[in-house]
Design a binder for this molecule. Structure first.
Ligand code: ADP
Length: 244
């Protein structure tokens, strides 16, 4: 579904991604692990052009964008619509209700019919267990509930790919489970997902493939049973040793 080739991203003099190649097959869950500052968020943001790579190709089956050349705005918009992003800090609109937050993308960006979008949004809120909260505002919800709204909102644009940027890292421990449960459901429904996470047990359970990045490169990748249980590379071993 997605193929990334030679992706490079520099901020000033800091080359965060040196050359990333990765592939995501339809229906698969990829977990991205790596030390803080290793470029995990930047990689995810490059996948849907929230960050513009300096070089490299981000290619969906029917839409390839080569960042080594000049890229038209229209191509970026098309790329952005391929994936739904779930942020660490939820990023909900504070002055809109839960339902309005979920309806925002399909109505404002995709210009879809309001009644249809409303019905779909309620269905999505039901899926994440928050239908009865639809008329509340984000500040009236717990962090876990806000993040579940964040997931419903990302799903509302009917993306091909779901991107999760450390979706549970801002949550109190007792609220993490409810968000992971929703993500587990999505994985078992066959959603294609790329998940940046420090939840090793969760990655072990749901990921088809684990990618460990450090120093701007993919250091190691493979099934969780290999990368997480029997890592070959010393850098992976050290990282896992630190966080487990
Ligand atoms: P991770 O998600 O692995 O913690 P990030 O992708 O957030 O890593 O950051 C990688 C590096 O890129 C860090 O050194 C960070 O300071 C830098 N960085 C990220 N975004 C920006 C930005 N918009 N401007 C400048 N530097 C940035």
């Amino acid at each position: 579904m997605l193929a990334v080739k030679g992706l490079k991203k520099t901020f000033g003099t800091n080359t965060v991604l040196k050359s990333i190649d990765m592939q995501v097959d339809k229906g698969k869950v990829i977990a991205i692990l790596g030390p803080s500052g290793s470029g995990k968020t930047t990689l995810l943001r490059c996948l849907n052009a929230l960050e513009i790579p300096d070089e490299g190709i981000v290619g969906f089956e029917d839409h390839q964008v080569d960042f080594s050349q000049e890229v038209k705005q229209q191509e970026l918009i098309k790329l952005r619509r391929k994936s739904g992003m779930v942020f660490q800090s939820y990023n909900l609109f504070p002055h809109r209700t839960v339902l309005e937050n979920v309806m925002e993308g399909p109505i404002q960006v995709q210009k879809r019919d309001k009644q249809t979008v409303r019905a779909e949004a309620i269905e999505l809120l039901n899926k994440v267990g928050l239908k009865d909260k639809k008329d509340l505002y984000p500040y009236q919800l717990s962090g876990g509930q806000q993040q579940r709204v964040g997931i419903a909102r990302a799903l509302a644009i009917k993306p091909e790919l779901m991107l999760f940027d450390e979706p549970t890292s801002a949550l109190d421990p007792e609220l993490i489970g409810e968000v992971l449960r929703v993500m587990r459901d999505l994985a078992s429904e066959g959603w294609t997902m790329v998940v940046v996470t420090h939840e090793i047990k969760f990655a072990q359970e749901i990921a088809d493939e684990v990618i460990f990045i450090d120093g701007g490169f993919i250091v190691e990748q493979g099934p969780p049973a290999d990368v997480l249980t029997h890592p070959k590379e010393e850098r992976t071993q050290r990282f896992l040793h630190r966080i487990l």
